[in-house]
Write a protein that binds this ligand. Structure first.
Ligand SMILES: Nc1nc2c(ncn2[C@@H]2O[C@H](COP(=O)(O)OP(=O)(O)OP(=O)(O)O)[C@@H](O)[C@H]2O)c(=O)[nH]1
Ligand SMILES: [Mg+2]
Length: 291
């Protein structure tokens, strides 16, 4: 059984069209109504979708987690996730399914940046590229669009991935799980529409919060580089500055309070970062197989 899964929060304008077009390509369409206060759930049911409702709004990641649970319980062969806001084109669903069936990969990402056709504003493109570079570094994968919501998952992927992030950072969390579980991944080019897009205002704060969350995953995956190298650098800088202070004190009897303070602060900060790196590194190795 192939199913299309749509996370939807107040998408009454576009949900019916998305469902009807999606139903032409798969057996079932499942909508996770994430506490919508409009007619999303009612219209989705009328259009022939199975509707799973959250009592209150929990976030994109929570909706994705509910949809993964459903797909696992139903023993779905392939699950496609697609946004409910009408930006993705359901007629491209077969492109993702074909990549899974013809090439036997576990996860396929519909990428906006595999070719140059996407007409997103340059600051949005730059933002997504920065987040994608950080995500690639953290996951050791090489994707061009880490934040795409248009994806397809094989049965193995559905069984292996249990998302926990409530918000948009779930996209990065899933990539990390793909990497940790050794699942195979491919990308296919998809188109996206930014017509009538009203979310521009929040997209800077949205981008920053996704980046911060992505860095969290990077820091856990590579603690020695992320905390250890800056930590060691600060310890060395602290020792050098301390040496300069001592030198001035012993040879010229002058007390440079600035360098004394700087030396102590840098040394302590460096030591804390180094210990953090070692603890995280040990923990990441202990729990490597669990997530
Ligand atoms: N923003 C948001 N979207 C949610 C939530 N729950 C489910 N969704 C759905 O998740 C999908 C993606 O959300 P968007 O806000 O369009 O995110 P995006 O496409 O990355 O961002 P834009 O490029 O600004 O459209 C849509 O189908 C939403 O309806 C939620 O709590 N917040
Ligand atoms: Mg959108």
């Amino acid at each position: 059984m192939k199913i299309v899964c749509i996370p939807a929060y107040n998408e009454e304008l576009s949900i019916q069209d998305m469902i009807k077009k999606s139903l032409q390509h798969v057996d079932n369409v499942v909508v996770c109504d994430d506490g919508s206060t409009d007619n999303t759930a009612k219209l989705a049911k009328e259009s022939g979708a199975i509707v799973l409702s959250h009592n209150k709004n929990q976030g994109y990641g929570a909706a994705i987690a509910t949809l993964f649970d459903y797909a696992r319980k139903q023993n779905a062969q392939i699950m496609i996730t697609i946004d409910g806001d009408g930006q993705h084109d359901p007629n491209q669903i077969p492109l993702l399914i074909d990549a899974i069936t013809a090439h036997n990969v576990d996860v396929v990402i519909g990428s906006r940046f595999l070719d140059d056709s996407t007409k997103a504003s340059s600051y949005r493109k730059t933002g997504i590229k920065i987040i994608t570079s950080a995500a690639n570094y953290g996951t050791n994968l090489k994707v061009t669009d880490s934040q795409s919501g248009f994806r397809a998952y094989s049965k193995d992927a559905i069984n292996a991935i249990h998302p926990t992030e409530q918000g948009m950072a779930v996209s990065t969390e899933i990539l990390l799980k793909i990497s940790n579980k050794g699942l195979s991944i491919a990308e296919v080019p998809i188109t996206i529409s930014y017509e009538g897009d009203t979310s521009e205002q929040n997209s800077v704060s949205h981008g920053v919060s996704v980046l911060v969350n992505t860095l969290k995953y990077v820091s856990i995956k590579h603690p020695l580089q992320f905390y250890g190298i800056p930590g060691l650098g600060l310890v060395i800088a602290g020792i050098v500055l301390g040496g300069l202070f001592l030198d001035a004190y012993l040879n010229q009897q002058t007390v440079f309070y600035g360098s004394l303070l700087g030396s102590v602060v840098m040394f302590l900060l460096g030591a804390i970062l180094s210990v953090t790196a070692i603890i995280l590194f040990t923990m990441a190795n202990l729990f490597r197989d669990r997530y």
